[in-house]
Design a binder for this molecule. Structure first.
Ligand code: FRU
Length: 503
């Protein structure tokens, strides 16, 4: 009997260890290859930085509840951006306020003077949000502050001279994203200031000078501008700058979403090449995404995989929210426009398991692929299809839940329909069909779809059109169908099982 008990306990412990964060029984919607905090509330990714072989992800975190509250910076680290280890909280609220979103830079030249003994400091630049001033109806309750770390992000010291950028009287004055501007050897802060972005510069991260404003009369303005990022990118050997701007509400499919502008930046002013409004992701669940600093020529973004419209109500416990998979960003020209493309980083390939390729698959009505692919909820599907007929991929289960991802020829658009995807009634706008224009003019559609237990991420046409949607099926969506009423032949389809990332 004792032996039996010992074996049972041992097995339980082993199975827990072996499957990492997999807890499908009590946590059916715990993502398996997306970062989630073990418990409590998370929103925006913050201060993402690569340092000595480790990726650091800080994040908006409230450690006392599964809803938003006094903000801290949580912390997680990873060697590959795939499996993440949660670390102790990095920044706590203090007398100046709660710790809102911001960025982190490696101050290689020790411009800030925070470094000691030749060690370059890691400097976090964040918004202090002063709840008392807000309650007192002041309009100056958000301002920018610094903290630094000399032990690779483990412990942080807040700068005694905080705030470094006081509020000039703008109610929404937040989310500093700082980068080094080499031609003029200065730091540039890109800040969300209500309905526009304001650029500041500094020689030392401590003294900031206003350079210019951008966007009051450009782009989408259905909500407040938040979490901007200014990216230096290369396109055909030429430099181009991309300005990301998250906005809530007013996204193309409702709620929060991220638009972007492509243009030039000269250390002072950002000049867009065009006035077309462009969206980084047409799904409803990629918000406040920003890029890692210190990644050399790679531009890698992670977003918060949720939406302010329902983030506080999603049916998960004891945590809320996940990040998107990390995405490699690039530029692509279509007609006269330059667009941002996003694709999953190559590091994710290490999750690849058994793969099945099918060629020239005729689809009339529907083809059940489940027998060929095997039942699994974690997979990557890549597919090539002529842009001549409607078709859809249906992720389903025995209970009748369905998540439909498709292409509609008449509107030349992609869509994700989660109206029958399981639990949807926690918020009235959740169970909807989301659409996205196809931007590519190529004859064939090429799709990459990543499915985790509670999300799908669609990267169409090399990442020109992206859709990220979360779902909460009653049971795992482990069946897969292709449907086409008009009929289609799929030249190539590869289904790859993915394993859980573990933590
Ligand atoms: C974006 C945001 C930021 C702010 C943070 C607060 O989701 O509203 O503008 O800094 O979340 O948690």
């Amino acid at each position: 009997m004792r032996n039996l008990l010992t074996t049972i306990v041992l097995l339980a412990v082993l199975s827990h260890l072996a499957i990492g964060q997999v807890k499908t029984g009590s946590e059916p919607h715990r993502p398996q290859f997306h970062f989630t905090p073990k418990a409590h509330w998370m929103n925006d990714p913050n201060g993402m930085v690569y340092l000595n072989g480790t990726y650091h992800l800080f994040f908006q975190y409230y450690p006392d509840a599964t809803v938003w509250g006094p903000m801290h910076w949580g912390h997680a680290t990873s060697k590959d951006m795939v499996s993440w280890q949660e670390q102790p909280i990095a920044l706590y609220p203090d007398s100046l306020g709660w710790i809102f979103s911001g960025s982190a830079v490696l101050d290689v030249n020790n411009t800030s003077g925070f470094g000691t003994n030749g060690k370059a400091p890691l400097v976090a630049i964040f918004t202090h949000h002063n709840q008392k001033l807000e309650k007192a109806k002041s309009d100056k309750f958000q301002y920018q502050s610094l903290a630094y770390s000399l032990d690779e992000g483990k412990t942080w010291t807040k700068y005694a001279g905080n705030p470094v950028l006081p509020n000039p009287g703008i109610v929404d004055f937040r989310d500093p994203k700082v980068r080094w501007y080499e031609p003029q050897k200065k730091w540039i802060m890109t800040l969300a200031t209500k309905d526009r972005v304001t650029f500041y510069s500094s020689p030392n991260l401590k003294n900031w000078t206003k350079e210019s404003e951008f966007g009051a009369d450009l782009g989408a303005h259905g909500g407040v501008w938040e979490c901007p990022d200014l990216l230096a990118m290369n396109h055909n050997g030429k430099k181009a700058w991309v300005l990301l701007v998250s906005m809530n509400p007013g996204g193309p499919n409702g709620g929060s979403a991220t638009q972007y502008f492509v243009g030039d930046f000269d250390g002072k002013t950002f000049k867009p090449y065009s006035t077309t409004t462009k969206w980084m992701d047409y799904g409803t669940d990629n918000y406040a995404g920003v890029t890692f600093s210190n990644t050399g020529t790679r531009t890698i973004l992670m977003g918060w995989m949720s939406n302010w419209q329902y983030a506080r109500e999603v049916p998960t416990d004891p945590w809320r929210s996940a990040t998107t998979v990390p995405r490699e960003l690039a530029l692509k020209e279509v007609g006269k426009e330059l667009y941002l493309t996003s694709m999953p980083v190559k590091e994710l390939d290490k999750l690849n398991g058994k793969s099945t390729t099918l060629t020239n698959v005729p689809v009339r009505e529907q083809v059940d692929l489940t027998a060929k692919t095997g039942k699994t909820t974690l997979f990557k599907l890549t597919l090539l299809a002529p842009a001549t007929s409607d078709f859809s991929l249906v992720l389903a289960n025995e209970q009748g839940d369905e998540l439909v991802i498709g292409y509609e020829k008449s509107t030349n658009s992609y869509y994700i329909d989660r109206s029958k995807s399981g639990k949807t009634d926690f918020e009235k706008g959740f169970g909807k069909r989301h659409t996205a224009p196809r931007l590519s003019t190529a004859n064939n559609l090429s799709l990459t779809l990543l499915a985790d237990v509670a999300s799908v991420e669609l990267f169409a046409d090399g990442g020109l059109t992206v859709m990220t949607d979360i779902v909460f099926p009653e049971q795992p969506l482990n069946k897969l169908f292709i449907k086409s009423e008009t009929g289609i032949s799929i030249p190539r389809l590869t289904f790859t099982r993915l394993s859980a990332a573990g933590q």
